[in-house]
Design a protein around this ligand. Structure first.
Ligand code: NAP
Length: 199
């Protein structure tokens, strides 16, 4: 499996730190020339490779770490996302429910990435907490996953475990997804809940 993070702002860099901590290679891309953020990537770790957007989207798993409205621009990078998993890290905070057509925000994102399988996850904590070592007090920090595709959710669950987190699958986007998204200016009930799981 190959991995890429699209968006290298606060949460994109945070995710890159989690990959670097475990020595898992990941490409990172923005709209800019990769040289312009190469020093930031190098400071995070050796396996964090700056790429053009066109190169980065060749990965099997794409973390979408851009602002919600920017997802449509990223989706234009490929005519079809078949065979790829999109991990939706966006939060549609402040986006009116009417604009989403009453759907979970992740389903709106999924529809833009034609043919791709979408898993929403890694979005419920602020970057400063997600960046910390997920091994906490003898347990593991929880990340919530939700998807309409069980196989894709399992794949990202296995990756989350490799990154040191305790993934909890909340089920489909219409059920679990609503707990970890914003509704207009109201956050879902599990957003910001920093939980630790003990086996
Ligand atoms: N910050 C947090 O603590 C946090 C926590 C959980 C979830 N989130 C969610 O994560 C998302 C990103 O938040 P953020 O705080 O990291 O935002 P940010 O700091 O503004 O970073 C956004 C990144 O996306 C890049 N970008 C914009 N348009 C792009 C495009 N078309 N193609 C490729 N890259 C593009 C930007 O780079 P250029 O404009 O330079 O190209 C920038 O690197 C948001 O949806 C937010 O709700 C954030």
């Amino acid at each position: 499996m190959s991995y890429a993070i699209i968006g290298f702002g606060e949460i994109g860099q945070t995710l890159a730190k989690t990959f670097a901590r475990k020595g898992i290679e990941v490409g990172v891309a923005t709209t800019r020339d990769p040289q312009s953020f190469a020093s930031v990537a190098a400071a995070i770790g050796r396996g964090i490779t700056p790429k053009t957007l066109a190169e980065a989207v060749k990965a099997d798993v794409i973390f979408l770490a851009v602002r919600f409205h920017q997802h449509t621009d990223v989706a234009k990078a490929l005519p079809n996302w078949q065979g790829k998993i999109i991990v939706d890290v966006t939060n549609a905070y402040g986006v009116p429910d009417e604009e989403l057509g009453g759907q979970p925000s992740a389903r709106v994102v999924e529809q833009a990435f034609t043919g791709g399988k979408l898993v929403k996850g890694f979005n419920h904590l602020v970057g400063s907490i997600l960046a910390q070592d997920p091994a906490v007090h003898g347990g593991k920090r929880v990340v919530f996953l939700t998807s309409d595709d069980d196989a894709a959710a399992s794949e990202i669950g296995a990756l989350a475990e490799k990154l040191g987190f305790a993934p909890i699958n909340l089920g489909g986007l219409s059920e679990g997804g609503l707990l970890v998204q914003a509704h207009g200016n109201v956050w879902g009930r599990l957003i910001f809940k920093d939980l630790v799981k003990f086996d």
